[in-house]
Design a protein. Structure first.
Lengths: 655, 322
């Protein structure tokens, strides 16, 4: 009917400098965490694009031509390609999205473009969660969400004050929160992924690997990040008994130890020993193995056990995983081992480390039993004046010889590797076990936190009649390591992860509290998965909740909530102010006597007409009329004035 | 197509729009009269949500789910707030001053928020002409909109249907409502400038009664009467004394002037004749004459002043219009 552009259509409204500033500010909040991961030039480029666009807004200059924008885009894409050698995958994909946010602003002319840029901002929020979902990130992203919402509101009402827009933004988010909670709890959860993920989706997850070479563990031990948390029912075992078993390494090539191909066995429960039951919340490490105290007395749901006593999940652990398990500390000896395996536990590469091999043969010749050889080896390490260090000197071709007789300094991987070598050379079956040792008890929530810094390697030897026996050569050489942890075992001069240093006790207390909070966050917010949803549903009486019943419940609750919100907001609108209510009561009283107010009749006219019609109450009616006019149209309505009007209306007796 | 259907079936239209026009007095938009649909941005927002949901499922991101659901809740809250921005607003129409055909009638519409919160960015659009204006209704206050609706023909111009629309706060939804206030504007015929007619026979016959007041020669001063044209007030004399005085004129043309339908050429049609008569009324008023109007079946006695010209023009405007 009309060719006039629709004034509320966002495509018809040019975006102003204020709204643009808000948009840019919120986008900066969203991309700030990416700046820590992205190549520096890309961060700089994106910020330049933002600043460029803002400069245009301040100078009211026409935006750059499409060709120029496309040129910048091409340069950016080329840069990303040169950085990553691909444009696909998580890292480059997110970097490109950040870049596009800057480019999108450069062609943002009207409110529609700007609103789409804020939607892109909403989308960029989730890309941060691909890297970390910690509480600080969540808090920062909440701030970004708030700012983006205020920005969107600004687009709808450009002339409105920013304070009012912020208020509306908080009100909207407050109204959105209950619906979000219901959706979070009831939305039918599907276990992802829906399709193949890019190759680099799980890069950056750290943990123990399938092999051990000098330097592996000591670099891992410098990481403060958490491997898993264990929540014990009752008291946990003491520090020195907390050996968390991981990959078992059998094959040695003179330098690197590697695992056996996976072979499963039927689980048999160990007898005797002290039992511990506990839950483990394992951080994703992109490998299938699970950790449990030696020796596991049960197998977690869906997990299996290998012939060398490792627990394996069905697939690589790529999301935080919670499992319950129990262990028996120092149980009775195992039954006999397969002889083929035992012979594998004796294999050594020919000609490697001849001095150590010769020493072991000496022990063999002098000793009557394997136990005696074991005692000699431990004695040798204990008296060898070995130094425990995170930064050992590099080793040559004969790594064991170099360590035992040359440098004499090493980390647990050196000690265990050399020890197993000596045992095998002396004819005692032995193998290397990697895992974690110790872990720190959080005094706030009594949860044991095991960090990558607790990574450890020890040995197991097979003794006739006693089966596999754990020997910790590091503990023999450097007793403090296992008794008190890494920090006490290190010379003071060595750089330890910040949190492992001793003197920062107050800092540790604060960290304990923080980590207790983070643990709850992990379990209740981040760990809410299909299983937990089922548990919660059965808790509220919905057994075997499938997606149909969940969806039905979801929509019922959500619909009821929307209606409640609607009723609330409309109810507030419909509720007239007290002055109006009193006036309506007055009108009703008079209408009962046949004096109805006409639609177009003002209060003065109505009151005087009523006064004429009802001379007995003339004065009261006129006073109510003038009081109402004073309150409704006067400069200010005082509280006593309102109360007086209500009283007058209440006391009006029409005769 | 629907518009045409509704135009033919007014009762259906009334049922759909939720009211029976015209509406007298103050109209409160109850929520049943507020319609709401997603705007185009709303669909794009929905698409963003879908992407976020798929991403969250695929990568199993707990906070991604939280974000997606919070945004979904935001959409729902936005819908309620958009409806609320319009619901229970009180609309009334003010008086519209008469205009001449071809001009624009200035309809005043008052939007009374009646609530503690403000109602920003409300579009008021006259459906018939497409005239529109965006207005912010302040908290616990009212806003006034003037719609300049083109008035092409003489007679009563009803305001007709007016649409109120809003997309506040998020722009994801579009809420609107129709009202049809009982407001109308009197439209005078389009005046045509032609020479005034010669004095009528009666005026000549009454020439013996002269001097009759005219406006050719200054004859003296007399006390001001409310009907006197401000043009004839002796402002210099007022400056000397505080009394309002009116200059009196005499002249040959100062006779009573009859603007008579029969003086017009019969070749002109009705509207042209009315236009000429309207032009004469204006010219006579400008010249300070006393004039009367004669239409078939209507006669307005000679007089002068704004009230008189208004009555004459109204008679012309409504001539042969029930």
């Amino acid at each position: 009917m009309t060719a006039v552009p629709h004034p509320l259509s966002p495509a018809a409204r040019a975006v102003g400098a204020r709204d643009l500033a808000w948009l840019i500010g919120s986008l900066v909040l969203v991309v700030v965490p990416h700046a820590l991961r992205a190549p520096w030039w890309l961060t700089a480029l994106t910020l330049c694009l933002f600043a460029w666009r803002f400069w245009y807004a301040l100078n009211r200059a026409p935006l750059p031509s499409r060709w120029l924008v496309m040129g910048v885009a091409a340069v950016g894409i080329l840069g990303v390609w040169m950085e990553y050698r691909t444009l696909f995958g998580r890292g480059p994909g997110i970097i490109l999205l950040v870049l596009f946010a800057g480019l999108k602003l450069l062609e943002t002319r009207n409110h529609r473009d700007a609103a789409l840029a804020s939607f892109l901002g909403y989308f960029l929020i989730i890309t941060n969660f691909l890297y970390t979902q910690s509480i600080p990130t969540a808090a920062l992203m909440c701030a970004a969400l708030f700012a983006l919402t205020a920005t969107l509101i600004g687009f709808s009402a450009p002339q409105r004050g920013i304070k009012a827009n912020l208020r509306t933004s908080s009100l909207l988010l407050a109204h959105a929160a209950p619906a979000a909670l219901v959706l979070f709890l009831l939305f039918p959860r599907v276990q992802g992924p829906l399709w193949g993920l890019p190759q680099d989706a799980y890069s950056g997850m750290t943990g123990l690997s399938e092999s051990m070479a000098p330097g592996n563990l000591s670099s891992l031990a410098q990481s403060d990040s958490i491997a898993f948390r264990a929540e014990f029912q009752g008291d946990p075992p003491p520090h020195a008994q907390r050996y968390w078993r991981g990959p078992v390494l059998w094959d040695f090539d003179g330098r690197t130890w590697t695992m056996l191909p996976v072979r499963l066995k039927d689980f048999t429960e160990p007898k005797g020993g002290r039992r511990y039951r506990y839950d483990i919340v394992l951080e994703p490490h992109n490998r299938p193995w699970l950790f449990a105290l030696e020796r596991a007395a049960s197998v977690p749901e869906r997990a299996r056990m290998t012939i060398d006593g490792q627990l394996l999940a069905p697939g690589a652990v790529r999301a935080r995983l919670r499992y319950g398990v129990s262990s028996a500390v120092s149980p009775e000896p195992d039954e006999a081992e397969d002889t083929r395996l035992l012979s594998r536990a004796l294999r050594l590469p020919a000609g490697a480390s001849p001095r150590a091999a010769a020493l072991a043969e000496e022990w063999r010749a002098a000793a009557k039993t394997d136990t005696e050889i074991l005692a000699r080896a431990i004695g040798f390490l204990r008296q060898g004046r070995y130094t425990y260090t995170l930064e050992p000197a590099l080793l040559g071709v004969h790594a064991v010889d170099d360590f035992l007789f040359g440098t004499k300094e090493g980390f647990c991987e050196h000690f265990s590797s050399a020890f197993v070598f000596l045992m095998r050379a002396a004819g005692v079956p032995a193998r290397v076990v990697t895992g974690y040792q110790g872990g720190e008890l959080n005094l706030v929530d009594q949860i044991i936190t095991v960090r990558q810094a607790d990574a450890h390697a020890w040995a197991e030897v097979h003794l006739a009649g006693r089966g596999w026996v754990r020997v910790d050569p590091t503990a023999a050489a450097v007793p403090g390591r296992v008794e008190a942890g890494l920090a006490r075992a290190m010379p003071q001069s060595q750089a330890l992860p910040l949190m492992m240093r001793e003197r920062l006790e107050w800092l540790k207390g604060a960290r304990d509290r923080w980590e207790a909070l983070a643990h709850q966050w992990n379990v209740w917010v981040l760990g809410y998965n299909p299983e937990r949803q089922r548990d919660l549903m059965s808790l509220i009486g919905m057994r075997d909740a499938d997606w149909r019943s969940l969806t039905a419940t979801l929509f019922t609750v959500l619909g009821a909530m929307t209606l409640a919100l609607l009723a609330w907001s409309l109810g507030r609108l419909a509720r007239p102010d007290p002055v109006q209510r009193a006036w309506r009561a007055f009108c009703r009283k008079l209408a009962a006597h046949g004096i109805e107010r006409a639609h177009n009749e003002g209060p003065r006219d109505y009151a005087s007409r009523a006064a004429r019609a009802l001379p007995a109450s003339r004065r009261a009616i006129l006073r109510i009329g003038s009081q109402y006019i004073r309150l409704r149209y006067g400069v200010h309505a005082s509280r006593p004035g309102v109360a007086r009007l209500r009283r007058m209306v209440r006391e009006l007796r029409v005769t | 197509m629907i518009g045409a259907l509704l135009a033919r079936r007014p009762r259906l239209a009334n049922w759909i729009y939720g009211f029976t026009p015209p509406e007298r007095g103050v109209v409160v938009l109850v929520h049943r009269r507020v319609y709401i649909v997603p705007a185009r941005l709303g669909w794009m927002f929905g698409a963003t949500l879908l992407l976020l949901l798929v991403g969250s499922i695929n990568y199993a991101i707990a906070l991604g789910f939280a974000l997606t659901f919070l945004l979904a809740g935001l959409g729902l809250a936005g819908m309620v707030h958009t409806a609320r921005n319009l619901a229970r607003i009180a609309v009334s129409a003010g008086r519209a001053e008469p205009v001449f055909a071809g001009e624009a009638a200035q309809f005043r519409i008052y939007l009374d928020g009646r609530t503690a919160h403000d109602r920003p960015a409300i579009l008021v659009r006259h459906v018939g002409s497409g005239v529109q204006m965006v207005v912010d209704v302040p908290a616990a206050g009212a806003a006034e909109v003037v719609l300049a609706v083109p008035a092409p023909r003489r007679g009563w111009l009803p305001l007709g249907r007016v649409m109120l629309e809003t997309r506040f706060p998020l722009g994801l939804f579009r809420a609107w409502s129709y009202i049809e206030p009982d407001a109308r504007c009197l439209v005078y015929p389009r005046p045509e400038r032609t020479a005034l007619p010669p004095q009528s026979a009666e005026a000549e016959a009454g020439g013996a009664r002269s001097p009759t007041p005219g406006n050719d020669d200054f004859a003296g001063l007399r006390g001001y009467q409310p009907a006197d044209s401000p043009r004839h007030v002796a402002w210099k004399a007022v400056a000397r004394s505080d009394e309002l005085l009116t200059k009196q004129f005499t002249g040959e043309a100062a006779a009573e002037l009859w603007l008579d339908w029969r003086l017009l050429p019969t070749s002109d049609n009705l509207e042209q004749r009315l236009s000429i008569l309207a032009g004469w009324v204006l010219a006579a008023e400008r010249n300070g004459m006393r004039y009367g109007l004669r239409l078939p079946g209507v006669e307005i006695a000679p007089g002068r002043g704004d009230g008189h010209s208004g009555a004459a023009l109204q008679a012309l405007a409504l001539y042969k219009i029930s």
